[in-house]
Structure formats: structure tokens, C-alpha cells
Design a protein around this ligand. Structure first.
Ligand code: FAD
Length: 410
């Protein structure tokens, strides 16, 4: 087989993997591609799992592509099969099914897994009957069924996924408590002003949000979690969801001797410490464009854009990753949209919207616009992305005049 025609093996069936399949198929390279995914479902959109999908049993999974699309593109899909071991010397991947796939280039798009806590599993490693995490479609199917029969939901963790689940459960009429150890919500990802608005909105919707709490003892009875201690007081548990973050799925890469540091370490072209192996998406730690600071992002934007960079690298083009980070989250009545990354130090300016429930926060470092957080202001978000991509920094006073659309400053 001609070296250029040898297979490209992609491990993972999430957003990054499917985007890479699409980019390679668009360049007529589909027949070279083997996609290995350990889930039984065809690759699907993950964001709805904590939103519409959780709300109603009528909601179906939103698959990225049909079986026919993969077939027409010539892509071989190994569904419900896992990559267990990489032999870098032999350029092969060993699958759980017993198959061995040779590769010219291997791409790891293994994503991340939800963190859990010791003591919440039975002897066989299964989660307790009334304890759930949310990462995969199977997790969402299980949580949806558990929610249907629960009266009260306790969410551990005030991050994006925990808050989305809390808002969804509240909309279903459940009594919801959110327990967060930090002094505010969304500590790592949004500004204090936005976090305060999110807190106020959830409280107004009837969610009991408790900040700065210490969760201690776990009281298990048989296969159920009966109670937990919160700040020393015992509280009964009906249903507990862990929203305490995700860890990158690096075991396969680490066992193959690839450099890992809270993520598979890649260069700006998504190459790992072995140039024949690439990594991208939630599992990859990459150098931030400009600063070179090592970053790992968990977002659809990052997965999709890194897949485009990986496709270029595989096809012999050097197109270093420099996409603007952006993110969204839907929590009850709030649509939050972020463009750029929150600076550690900076000044913040508020751009009012049509109602108190709609506004944007513009973050500057010196005179440079670096990040815009928008609440129920999609037009501001779209304009902010363009401003940030163009490196345009309007004067804050002018940019915050609600009478002038942000796009006017482009
Ligand atoms: C509930 C939820 C809601 C979210 N909401 C938003 C949102 O609103 N906005 C946003 O921007 N982002 C959101 N995200 C984050 C976003 O979904 C992720 O950033 C994105 O899915 C990352 O894509 P990925 O391809 O890197 O990894 P993933 O989508 O996690 O895909 C990785 C895949 O690889 C498979 N895999 C792992 N190891 C192996 C192996 N050894 N062999 C075979 N297969 C393997 C996994 O089973 C999985 O299917 C959400 C995530 C979750 C879980």
C-alpha cells in the first residue's frame, strides 16, 4: 500500500472525531479513515444532554451524521469497540474486539470523563442507584429516568453542567439544591459579576444554591445513598448528581508513552510527542496562540476547530491552531455566551440590553478588548466574536452605549 494511502485511525466518536471525519471526507480522504468509538450510539451532540434531552422522554439523541453518510464517505466505523493499546513501533492499535488496526497516522479524540467521588459505587463499581453523573448519552438516559421519579435533586458542584441540570430539573418542578464548595458559582470560567447574576436568577427560580459549603460524610444504605453531611449537618438525599468537573481521557496515550500533563500534550498543529500521533478536543493540552501558555478547553468550538487543524496537519499543511475560544450555556431563562477567555486582571464594562435580564460584560486589558460575556444578547455575542477575531478594541464608553449595536464598531 502506498504510504499516502495507509489508514488514518481516529479514536473517539465525539465532536472532534466527527468534525475530523467530515474534513477528511471533504478532501476525498474518507476511504482511508477508521473511526473507533466505544459508545453504542452513532456519534451525537453532547450539549443537549443537560438541556432539552433531559427534559422530555420524547427527545431523541441528535446524531451528527447518519450511518449512510459514513458509508458514502467510505469511512469504516468501529462502533461499540474501544482502543485498548497503541503499539507505536508497529504503528498499530489494538481493539477490545480483538481486531488490530494498522495506521499511518493516529488521532486521539478521547474526550474526558466525569469526575466522581470515592464511596459512591457498589462493590462491582456501579454507581449507587440514586447517584448520577452526566457525560454520555447513556448517562443522560439513566439520569432522565431517575429524574422522572425523584422529588428532590441535590447537585454537587456549581459549574456549567451542574447548573444546567439544576435549571432543567427545576423546570420539571423538582425541588433542587446546588451545593458549591467555592465562595461563588462558575469560579473558573466567568467573571464575579456574571456569577452573581447567575446566582440571583437561579435563586429567583426557586433553586436553593448554597455557596462555600463543605460536603462530608456519605451515608449509604444497601445500594442507595441515604444522606450526606453538609457543613456538619446530615441531609437526606433523594437523587444526587455530581457536577464536579471532568478529567481528560489520557490513559491510552499515557500507556503508549506519549507526553501527558492533565491532557495529552500537543503542539499548535495537534501533534503529540510522537509526530505520527495527533490529539485534539477535550483530551488535548495545547499552546495558546500568542502566549504559548498551555491550555485545555472543554467546548464544542475547541473540538471542532482543533479537528480542522488536525485535518490540515494530516494532509501535509501547517495551519497552527489560533481559533478564538467561545462557549455557550443554557440555564433556565438564561442563555450565556462567552467569547475570548476571561483575563486574570482587567477592567469590566457593562453594556445594557433591552431588559435587566439581558446584558453584556466587556473585559479589557489596558485598552485591548479580550473577552465578552453575554446574557440573552446573541447579537452582542456575534459582534463580539468578530471584534475579537479582528483584534478591534472599541472605546469602552462607546461600546457600552446600548443605542449603538456592537457591530457598528467593526
Ligand atoms: C452534558 C454536557 C453538556 C455540554 N454542554 C456544552 C455547551 O453547552 N457548550 C459547549 O461548548 N460545550 C458543552 N459541552 C462540552 C462539549 O460537549 C465537549 O467539549 C465536546 O464534546 C468535546 O468533544 P471531544 O470530541 O473532544 O470529546 P467527546 O465528545 O467527549 O468524545 C470523546 C469520545 O471518545 C470515546 N472514547 C474515549 N476513549 C476511547 C477509547 N479508548 N476507544 C474508543 N472510544 C473512546 C468516548 O466514549 C466519547 O464518545 C457539554 C458537555 C456535556 C457532557
Amino acid at each position: 500500500m502506498n504510504e499516502d494511502q495507509r489508514p488514518i485511525v481516529i479514536v473517539g466518536g465525539g465532536h472532534a472525531a466527527v468534525q475530523l471525519c467530515a474534513a477528511l471526507a471533504a478532501e476525498g480522504q474518507g476511504k482511508r479513515v477508521h473511526l473507533v468509538c466505544d459508545e453504542t450510539h452513532l456519534p451525537y451532540q453532547r450539549p443537549p444532554l443537560s438541556k432539552a434531552f433531559l427534559k422530555s422522554a420524547d427527545e431523541a439523541l441528535q446524531t451528527h451524521r447518519t450511518e449512510t453518510w459514513f458509508g458514502d464517505a467510505g469511512i469504516t466505523v468501529h462502533r461499540a469497540d474501544a482502543a485498548l493499546r497503541i503499539d507505536r513501533d508497529a504503528h498499530t492499535v489494538h481493539l477490545r474486539s480483538g481486531a488490530t488496526l494498522p495506521y499511518a497516522r493516529l488521532v486521539l479524540a478521547t474526550g474526558a470523563h466525569a469526575r466522581t467521588l470515592p464511596g459512591l459505587h457498589d462493590a462491582q463499581g456501579r454507581a449507587l442507584d440514586n447517584v448520577a453523573v452526566l457525560r454520555s448519552a447513556d448517562d443522560a438516559l439513566r439520569l432522565r429516568a431517575l429524574l422522572a421519579s425523584a422529588q428532590r435533586l441535590t447537585v454537587l458542584g456549581g459549574g456549567f453542567i451542574g447548573l444546567e441540570i439544576a435549571a432543567t430539573a427545576r423546570a420539571l418542578g423538582k425541588a433542587v439544591t446546588v451545593l458549591e464548595a467555592a465562595p461563588r458559582l462558575l469560579l473558573r470560567s466567568v467573571s464575579p459579576e456574571l456569577a452573581a447574576h447567575v446566582l440571583q436568577t437561579h435563586c429567583a427560580a426557586g433553586i436553593d444554591v448554597r455557596l462555600g459549603v463543605a460536603v462530608g460524610g456519605l451515608y449509604v444504605e444497601g445500594t442507595r445513598l441515604r444522606a450526606i453531611t453538609v457543613d456538619g449537618a446530615e441531609e437526606p438525599v433523594d437523587l444526587l448528581v455530581l457536577g464536579i468537573g471532568a478529567s481528560p481521557e489520557t490513559a491510552l496515550a499515557a500507556a503508549a508513552g506519549l507526553s501527558c500533563a492533565d491532557g495529552i500534550v500537543v503542539d499548535a498543529c495537534m501533534r503529540t510527542s510522537d509526530p505520527d500521533v495527533l490529539a485534539m478536543g477535550d483530551c488535548a493540552r495545547f499552546p495558546e496562540y500568542g502566549s504559548g501558555r498551555p491550555l485545555r478547553l472543554e467546548s464544542v468550538q475547541n473540538a471542532n476547530d482543533q479537528a480542522r487543524t488536525a485535518a490540515a496537519t494530516l494532509l501535509g499543511r501547517e495551519e497552527p491552531y489560533r481559533a478564538l475560544p467561545w462557549f455557550w450555556s443554557e440555564q433556565g431563562s438564561m442563555r450565556l455566551q462567552m467569547a475570548g477567555l476571561m483575563p486574570a486582571d482587567g477592567t469590566r464594562h457593562r453594556r445594557p440590553g433591552a431588559t435587566p435580564a439581558a446584558f453584556s460584560l466587556l473585559h479589557y486589558v489596558g485598552t485591548r478588548l479580550v473577552c465578552v460575556e453575554s446574557v440573552n444578547s446573541p447579537l452582542d455575542h456575534m459582534a463580539a466574536k468578530k471584534l475579537l477575531e479582528a483584534g478591534t478594541s472599541p472605546d469602552p464608553a462607546l461600546a457600552c452605549d446600548p443605542a449603538t449595536p456592537l457591530t457598528a464598531h467593526l
